[in-house]
Write a protein that binds this ligand. Structure first.
Ligand code: 5AD
Ligand code: FES
Length: 354
């Protein structure tokens, strides 16, 4: 009976294409056996493209000030209990300096939609980083901006942009966001970023409130069609100061299963084992790598602000210095059979047989 599911996974590997129905069948068929079948296939494909290499990105959480009010997010505008901060250009450059000496060759500037970071301010930061560290890539994860803004940031040297689509079902999008945010503008931004020339990342939470398996199937179909360079997926984790505080966290196992399916769908995709995955499961990041992920994003933010960048409760690694965290992670992933490489970690586009 269940052989159909295995055949679907094989067909996904062969054709990199499934119908929405088929995706839904795969999502619904989740169990430990299917997940391990998918993980083996994913791992083989990942090894064909990236070997045992793990790319690292130094995450700098530049601001927890946000004009948006996403219902799931701990730094949402309405959260009066959030202790707000923003990093100055010098503080951000200091983080990159520490990161560079630790071997990071990609810096990810992530933050809420904070109006302080005008195009002028951000372009100044991006071009300073790029001229100080010519062998590094800069990734931005700063939410929705205009075409002109994205274009200026790209021209200032930013290489990549992460903007999770959050859900590929417009109705579900409305359940996760306030009325002034729209699924369409999110999708428009993703297309704009692609058109400008960024390497683009989308992604979603797993187990977010009201999410159905059809929603996840739509996410996978969207990923199939959009074919992003990067895809960030992690379990939803409730934050006690949000309207979603009483919803349960998403499952690490299903997240890993989806990581495997995404790897099989696009063998060369850059796929992080996220901090959220490491938060719901003590070995989540290792499990994510074993399911097909190939990227880790250790935190380079100053320890003084780490706890304040609280998108969800119980986030890991908020007390450790960057160096300590990297040492810990390197050892942990070595035990899982992988090793960290010191490079920009761009997507590999031409590989034999895949
Ligand atoms: N649980 C898990 N992930 C979250 N994010 C925001 N809030 C949460 C939460 N409560 C994710 C969103 C966002 C990314 C930066 O963090 O998907 O795009
Ligand atoms: Fe951060 Fe282990 S990875 S302390």
């Amino acid at each position: 009976m269940s052989t159909d599911f295995y055949q679907l996974i094989d067909r996904l590997a062969d054709t990199r294409h499934l119908s929405l129905r088929e995706w839904e069948t795969l999502v619904d068929s989740f169990n430990a056996d299917i997940a391990s079948y998918a993980a083996n296939k994913a791992l083989t494909l990942r090894k064909a493209v990236y070997g045992n290499d793990v790319y690292i990105r130094g995450l700098v959480e530049i601001s927890n000030i946000c004009k948006n009010d996403c219902l799931y997010c701990g730094i949402r505008h309405s959260n009066r209990n959030c202790d707000r901060y923003r990093l100055s250009s010098d503080q951000i450059l200091d983080c990159c300096k520490v990161g560079y000496s630790l071997g990071f060759r990609t810096f990810v500037l992530q933050g809420g939609e904070d109006p302080y970071y005008t195009d002028d301010v951000l372009c100044g930061i991006v071009s300073s980083i790029k001229s100080a560290y010519v062998d590094c890539a800069v990734t931005l994860s700063l939410g929705e901006r205009s075409y002109n803004s994205y274009k200026r940031l790209f021209d200032a040297g930013a290489d990549r942009y992460l903007l999770r689509h959050e859900t590929a079902n417009e109705e579900h999008y409305k359940q996760l966001h306030p009325e002034n945010m729209s699924y369409r503008s999110r999708m428009e931004c993703l297309k704009t970023l692609r058109k400008i020339g960024f390497q683009v990342g989308c992604g979603m939470m797993v187990g977010s409130p009201y999410q159905t398996s059809k929603d996840l199937a739509k996410d996978l179909k969207f990923i199939q069609e959009f074919s992003p360079d990067m895809c960030g997926i992690g379990p939803f984790i409730p934050h006690s100061d949000t309207p979603f505080k009483d919803f349960p966290a998403g499952s690490a196992e299903i997240t890993c299963y989806l990581l495997s399916l995404i790897r099989i769908l696009k063998p060369n995709i850059l796929l992080p084992a996220t901090t959220a995955l490491g938060t719901v499961d003590a070995f989540g990041r290792e499990k994510g790598l074993l399911a097909g992920a190939n990227v880790l994003m250790p935190n380079l933010s100053p320890t003084s602000v780490r706890k304040k960048y609280s998108l969800y409760n119980n986030k890991i690694c908020t007390g450790e210095e960057a160096a300590e965290c990297l040492r810990c992670l390197s050892e942990r992933i070595k035990k899982a059979g992988f090793h960290i490489v010191q490079s920009r970690g761009d997507i590999i586009t031409a590989t034999k047989g895949v």
